[in-house]
Design a protein around this ligand. Structure first.
Ligand code: GTA
Length: 331
């Protein structure tokens, strides 16, 4: 691999948990749990970080008996797939088991156990997980910060450079080392190109929860704060080709998609979220999501809009940034 410092925007990775050398293939790393994981019987739960009864996502912290370091397991009960419910439904067969709880007049309550293939739980394993991963998945009090350009330059940017999450998974995608078979569309142009693929949060099947991610090839754009006039071509390219690829594959038009960027993002390599408008994905709220069409329009009006504007963002109580902002009387 070329000069790693250049590839990571010169960002430090001091906080990164002990991990394999970067020139090892991601699939052949003996220290990772992922290379030979078959079931989760080696996972021992130590703490429930978050149990969201609305989204039905639970985040568990623990350890694997066959690997060092902390691990996170995120379990999510998935939405119903409409195709499975329609006529000749796999749900309503004699292979399923119906357990009666009670019935009263015309009302009946049951527990239903459909066939195994309909009972999958979407599972994400993060191992080895850093303290920052663990913090991120804990329930915490959020606060809004109005970030002026000055606060960004003097406080937030130095913090990002020191503390950001490792971007190796992003580079693995761009370099075709991971998730190659999941790529939906790719434009290899180094300045205006990008890779479009299903997001980690999507199972890639259930259309109602469609969630794809466009990751830009240019490694020098951390977030919308860095966007300038000469990025309009890149952003329009993502919008046009991303929408076209999604329409061809999934039949959803651009007016059925929510296309946005996060501020602050978790990962400081520019990427754009594409979600189905009907799906209430995490991170679609006003305090975090910036619609791509708005972003393009702002830069077209004023090339250095994102270097001049005050951008609000959410910081959480146990983030190290919270303390830094408090110490500087920003919060
Ligand atoms: N294809 O390896 C990856 C990968 N990783 C590590 C992250 N992403 C990946 N996609 C692929 N392969 O949408 C995706 C993330 C996210 C995007 C980064 O990259 O899923 P962001 O920088 O704006 O950060 O986007 P963001 O939005 O905070 O994303 P993230 O990290 O998903 O967290 C948001 C919240 O969503 C979390 O706090 C949690 O509440 C929830 N969440 C996170 N992960 C999951 C999950 N696996 N299942 C369910 N909910 C989750």
């Amino acid at each position: 691999m070329a000069d790693k410092k250049v590839e990571t925007n010169n960002l430090s990775d001091d906080h990164v948990a002990k991990k394999p050398k970067l020139d090892e293939s991601p699939d052949e790393n003996p220290h990772e749990i992922h290379s030979n994981i078959k079931d989760l019987s080696t996972f021992k739960v130590e703490k429930i970080l978050n149990n969201n009864t609305k989204s039905k996502i639970v985040c568990l912290q623990g350890t694997f008996s066959n690997a060092d370091g902390a691990g996170l397991v995120i379990l999510e009960k998935t939405a119903f797939e409409e195709d499975n419910l329609k006529c000749n439904s796999k749900y309503f067969t004699s292979s399923s088991y119906l357990k009666k709880i009670f019935h009263n007049d015309i009302y009946g309550n049951y527990e239903y156990f459909p066939v195994l293939e309909l009972n999958s739980i979407k599972t994400t394993v993060i191992h080895p997980a850093t303290e920052k991963h663990i913090e991120k998945y804990c329930v915490q009090n959020p606060y809004i910060v109005d970030e002026t350009p000055d606060v960004y330059q003097s406080i937030v940017l130095p913090y990002i450079i020191k503390e950001q999450f490792d971007l190796q998974w992003v580079y693995n995608i761009l370099e075709h080392k991971s998730e190659v078979d999941r790529i939906l569309f790719e434009d290899p142009d180094p300045k205006n190109g990008f890779v479009l693929l299903p997001d980690l949060k999507w199972n890639g099947i259930t259309l109602d929860t469609l969630y794809l991610l466009a990751i830009v090839n240019d490694r020098n754009i951390k977030s919308i704060r860095d966007l300038q006039g000469d990025h309009v071509r890149l952003l329009k390219n993502i919008y046009n080709k991303g929408c076209q690829a999604i329409e061809e594959k999934y039949g959803l038009t651009k007016s059925q998609l929510r296309i946005y960027l996060h501020y602050q993002p978790s990962f400081y390599h520019l990427h754009v979220h594409f979600t189905y408008l009907r799906h209430e994905a995490p991170g679609i709220h006003a305090e975090r999501a910036h619609l791509l069409s708005n972003v393009i329009s702002n830069i077209e009006l004023l090339a250095d809009y994102y270097q001049k504007v005050t951008l609000p963002f959410i910081v959480r109580e146990t983030d190290k940034l919270f303390k830094v902002l408090e110490d500087n009387n920003i919060l």
